[in-house]
Every structure is written in structure tokens, then in C-alpha cells.
Design a protein. Structure first.
Length: 76
């Protein structure tokens, strides 16, 4: 189905609110109990490379930027 067809379908569904409601109900994304998307960096909002140990909730790049400020030491 092309984009043009999808736009046509939505235009038709707007005229029928009950059918649109049913369509949204059955095609909405599911609430997931676990997974990568539930944890995000509280500083920048990234999902990947998440560090949740010690309650940090930061991505790896933000952690590298502020690690010295929050008391971590870099070992060579």
C-alpha cells in the first residue's frame, strides 16, 4: 500500500469516528513491561548505552562527561 493510499484511507476514516476509534484501538503500540525503550537517559533522553547502576540513569556519553563531577575516578 502506498502513502497516497494511506492518506486516502485516513481521510475516509475521519468521516466515520466509530470506525476510526476501533482502528486506533487495535493498531496502537502495546505497553511493554520490559525492554530497551523503558529506560532513557535523564540528561539527554537517549535510549541506547544506558547505565542504571547506582541509580544513575544516564547514557554512556553523558556519564563520561559528568563522571568526575559526581565522584568517579578514571583509571589508566
Amino acid at each position: 500500500m502506498t502513502i497516497k493510499d494511506w492518506k486516502k484511507a485516513f481521510r475516509q476514516l475521519k468521516q466515520k469516528p466509530l470506525i476510526m476509534k476501533k482502528y486506533k484501538k487495535h493498531n496502537a503500540p502495546k505497553k511493554r513491561p520490559t525492554g530497551r525503550r523503558l529506560k532513557k537517559c535523564r540528561r539527554c533522553g537517549r535510549y541506547g548505552g544506558h547505565i542504571s547502576k547506582y541509580g544513575l540513569d544516564l547514557c554512556r556519553t553523558c556519564f563520561r562527561e559528568i563522571a568526575l563531577k559526581i565522584g568517579f575516578k578514571k583509571y589508566n
